[in-house]
Write a protein that binds this ligand. Sequence first.
Ligand code: SAH
Length: 263
Amino acid sequence: MKIIAKKSLGQNFLIDKDIIYKISQITKIHRKNILEIGPGTGNLTEFILKENPKYLTVIEKDENLCQKLFLRFKDKIKIINNDVLKENLEIISSNEKFTVFGNLPYNISTEIVCKWVLNLKKTCWFDELVLMFQKEVADRIIAKENTSQFGRLTVLMNWRLNITKVFDIGPNSFSPKPKIESTVLHFIPKKNFHKFKNSKNIEIVTRTFFNQRRKMIKNPLKQLFNDPKDISNKLNIDLNLRPQNLSILQFYEIINEYEKLRS
Ligand code: SAH
């Protein structure tokens, strides 16, 4: 049966076997509890199975594709037909941490990792994430300070995760071909991470700063604190810098100060 890709679900299926194999080799699958999100027609799923995971659960929103996946893999995988954004993965993962693979639509990859990071408990429900992003977004996630890519995503995602870029993938490896380049990122939870009272404050503070990324930081600081000078003296930061010139750690310190103010 021919599969017609649904644009609304961001369906660009990986067809390049070399690339799919390389993704399956990024981390250990053998005897592990694997979760694949947005498996599509199952091209990566097949390569994951070749590595003999202990369990393989997949979450796919498209009901048609779920039926096809069932015909293709039968009881070798557990299929959940749902929107991954609606699943509580902490519950599904039960006792064994998930290693997560996913080539999802690009906007969802970003949304889901932000949501996961903001809601993580002290211990994580996953031990690794291997996810595909639009290259331009991946570049923002792994951006260095003092670059124009450095921003909200950088500060947020690096809070709980160590992130490495694995490789870029060109449009020709997909069908239908997307218009953009893709990048695979590998995430591992940090053992030690900066403590906040409420992770929502990371969002509030980074939004306030990066919504006006060209302005000097005295502006967002004025919005967040009564007296920006106080904070800049205490944290030893120059009020004339732009948000991208601060370090991730300085952002965490600012968030801590913001939390002190609110409590
Ligand atoms: N991973 C496959 C398919 C990529 S296309 C491959 O590389 O070939 C993206 C897949 O994510 C599609 O199968 C699409 O139906 C699915 N998808 C889109 N939005 C989703 C969501 N919110 N939850 C779960 N799956 C979703």
